[in-house]
Design a protein around this ligand. Structure first.
Ligand SMILES: [Zn+2]
Length: 305
């Protein structure tokens, strides 16, 4: 039976307007809608007077201008970056220049190793954090205190930022309400992603605020559904292999019914991410390195009977 994910797509906002979304939390949405960004990048502002900005957003002049105008009477003291995709981090540069606030992040995109270009918004190779953040680090300012949660998978440098009081987790692109996350190798890693979902299950956050789309008010249920969805996809891939479907293209054809054509490549990358994970677990073998064009087979085919 297919896993049901109750997606959250009701999203009330106005482009270019910094709006309160929770006590002490405001958000401004950039006008960069698309198949991977939903309505656009939601830049969060935490605190009042002395504020932290989470995910400044894309290099989009009107977004940066609107954010700065909204904060004209306040002081930005921290710039936090969940990860280095081009819809999240590039505006950090202009914001830093205007405010002098340091940037906080895990590290450069893909650890600085330029691989093949990704399928989604692509990497921001220019970003490097002023302050390197590791799992469990505390970041304090104003009247707030964040705890960093390293959640690799969507990218290797993905961080979520928790506000333990009142139990908010800014979940970046790791967990979103409107869609599943793109896991695109080589920087995207399915095994890491699944471990990072488990990591959130072990926490007690009461609400997630992703960078795209609305809040997730029952985060544990949502994370469980994503885990079940990926396990189901993995089972579907194994079924494909059992019936002799051995290329990624053919698997996407069979597994993604009614897929938006704009997402075909991303779906292929996601299947590749599963196959790399299955190869790492010795369940699957490829006729060479596990790449997008490889042919795959089960390593230990079960006895038919
Ligand atoms: Zn991303």
């Amino acid at each position: 039976m297919a896993v049901e994910i109750s997606y959250r797509r009701e999203f009330a906002f106005e482009y270019g307007r910094l709006e309160p979304v929770a006590p002490g939390v405001r958000r401004i949405v950039a006008r960069n809608p698309g198949p991977f960004t939903f309505k656009g990048t939601g830049t969060y502002v935490v605190g009042e007077g002395e504020v932290a900005v989470i995910d400044p957003g894309p290099d989009l002049a009107e977004h940066i201008a609107a954010l700065m105008a909204s904060l004209a009477d306040e002081q930005v003291t921290h710039i936090l970056v969940t990860h280095t995709h081009r819809d999240h981090s590039p505006a950090a540069k202009a914001l830093k220049q205007a405010t002098g606030a340091p940037t906080y992040g895990f590290g450069p995109h893909a650890g600085g190793n330029r691989g093949e270009p990704g399928v989604e918004e692509g990497g921001d190779w220019d970003f490097g954090p002023d302050i390197v953040v590791r799992d469990g680090d505390r970041i304090e300012g104003g009247k707030w205190r964040f705890e960093a949660v390293h959640t690799p998978g969507h990218t290797s440098n993905h961080l979520c930022f928790a506000l333990p009081d009142p139990g908010i987790l800014f979940s970046g692109d790791h967990v979103m309400g409107w869609s599943t996350s793109v896991i695109a190798p080589p920087d995207g890693d399915m095994a890491a992603y699944m471990a990072s979902l488990d990591k959130l299950l072990a926490r007690r956050d009461s609400v997630f605020w992703p960078t795209h789309g609305p809040a997730i008010n029952e985060p544990q249920l949502h994370v469980r559904a994503f885990i079940a969805h990926r396990r189901e996809r993995e089972a579907g891939i194994i079924e494909c292999l059992k019936s002799g479907v051995e290329t990624i293209e053919a698997m996407v054809e069979r597994l993604y019914i009614g897929l938006n054509p704009a997402l075909r490549r991303a779906a292929g990358r996601s299947v590749l991410a599963h196959l790399i994970d299955l190869s790492g677990r010795d369940i699957v073998a490829a006729d060479g390195p596990p790449t997008a064009d490889a042919h795959f087979r089960l390593r230990h085919p079960p006895r038919q009977g």
